[in-house]
Design a protein around this ligand. Structure first.
Ligand code: HEM
Length: 410
């Protein structure tokens, strides 16, 4: 039998919950709990986007592993506007489907083997120490601007092979492009994102040409030379991959590190446990990923009529999977709204699930583990400078505007 969608929820409109209000941005989870309690797959319109919103863990997994639910670019296919942005998105791994997706993913994954990721450990450690050296005497910092952002951008610049001095543009680029894939986006955001894309294309075209002539030990050179059964990435695919990695590999990692620190500061007893037991850092990072998932939402479209948990999703309907909500499903996690840094097992969906499972998960985990371990080792008596933390106006990403802290006071 197909479940009826409760009338009350059928009628939910964005305005009812004011999805961009500070209250919602501060804590979206009660809203997600309410949706899940009514139906873990709920049909509604959030902002302008109508479709099935998925808040249940099992339902999220079922959809993410079912390749009949296709990944699709966030822009309307028919739209003639924002051509550059659209062309780049069309060539991104994230929005490809079988069989092309597997070919593409195999080629890109050569840059993310455990050996490749592991070799960045000394550079990450050295960078974390340098960033902390720079703030230690001030006894205060903005974790986002002074620590997480420079760390994540220096690392992704190193991985890709972007000269370190150019990484300052990353913040502007990622903020602009993240806004184009979030459901809060406006026309202005899209126009701005298209302009950013043109600048990024110009930037990476030059860098790719340079690496063709002078290969180095970096991801761009790997992508250029990588060949699989006579198949290679096209120039457009390499360009889109560079742009995807600047966004995917940067913004989310900044958010993981900043959100982790905020979660610890809001839970002083957990902070003490981690300080006393630095070896818990691995389970702690998994818990931060679950508790305040940097990527909160991903989307699919049904390629045929598909029944999921007795709900019929019709061909062509949009499906929005709220990963942050699935990660707090009480049917999967005991006391899901509690932060427990020793939680194990912790099968969260923060990196997605199935075909599109995050390629950079090992790198993101390594960066976060090193950053949090060294920060807690070196910086005593950390305190929040304000009780009023501000989140950026995004639904699909959990992203702090800033995180001001003081330390060493006693
Ligand atoms: C905390 C940090 C990160 C989070 C939370 C995260 C999250 C995700 C999620 C949820 C997906 C799947 C999206 C979907 O199924 O639609 C994904 C895919 C992807 N991520 Fe990440 N990511 C992070 C860091 C990184 C890093 C550091 C890189 C690379 C340097 C990266 C590269 C990618 C790529 C290339 C894909 C697409 C894979 C595919 O389509 O086959 N991510 N990520």
């Amino acid at each position: 039998m197909i479940k009826d969608v409760p009338q009350a929820f059928n009628n939910i409109k964005a305005t009812t919950f004011s999805l961009t209000s500070p209250q919602f941005l501060h804590n979206p989870y009660p809203f997600y709990d309410q949706l899940r309690t009514t139906n873990p797959i709920t049909r509604l319109t959030l902002l302008k986007y109508s479709g099935w919103y998925v808040t249940g863990y099992d339902e999220a997994v079922a959809i993410l592993k079912d390749t009949r639910f296709k990944s699709r670019i966030p822009l309307p296919e028919r739209s003639k506007k924002y051509q550059d942005l659209k062309k780049v998105q069309n060539n991104m791994l994230l929005f490809k489907n079988p069989p092309d997706h597997m070919r593409f993913r195999l080629l890109v994954s050569k840059g993310f083997t455990p050996q490749t990721v592991g070799k960045y450990r000394p550079y990450i450690e050295e960078t974390v120490h340098e960033l902390l050296d720079a703030v230690q005497k001030h006894k205060k910092m903005d974790v986002v601007a002074d620590f997480a952002f420079p760390l994540a951008s220096l690392i992704i610049a190193k991985v890709l092979g972007v000269p370190a001095q150019d990484r300052y543009q990353f913040r502007e680029w990622t903020i602009s492009l993240i806004q184009t894939i979030d459901i809060t986006r406006t026309r202005k955001n899209l126009a701005n994102g298209n302009e950013t894309t043109v600048r990024l294309l110009d930037y990476f075209k030059v860098l790719i040409e340079n690496r063709k002539k002078h290969p180095q030990d970096d991801l761009i050179s790997t992508l250029i030379k990588e060949e699989q059964q006579g198949d290679k990435l096209s120039d457009d695919e390499i360009l889109s991959t560079c742009i995807l990695l600047v966004i995917a590999g940067h913004e989310t990692t900044v958010n993981l590190i900043s959100n982790s620190m905020l979660a610890l500061l809001h839970h002083p007893e957990q902070l003490m446990v981690l300080k006393d037991n630095p070896d818990y850092v691995q389970t702690a990072v998994e818990e931060f990923l679950r508790y305040e998932s940097p990527t909160q939402m991903t989307a699919r479209v049904a390629s045929e009529d598909i029944e999921i948990n007795k709900t019929m999703i019709k061909k062509g309907e949009q499906v929005y999977i709220l990963l942050g909500a699935a990660n707090r499903d009480p049917n999967k996690f005991t006391k899901p709204n509690q932060l427990n840094i020793t939680r194990n097992p912790n099968p969260h969906l923060a990196f997605g699930y199935g075909n599109h499972f995050c390629l950079g998960s090992a790198l993101a985990r390594l960066e976060a583990e090193i950053a949090i371990r060294i920060l807690l080792q070196r910086i005593p008596n950390i305190e929040l400078r304000t009780s009023d933390v501000q989140w950026r106006k995004l639904i699909g990403f959990r992203s702090l505007k800033e995180l001001l802290i003081t330390f060493n006071k006693k």
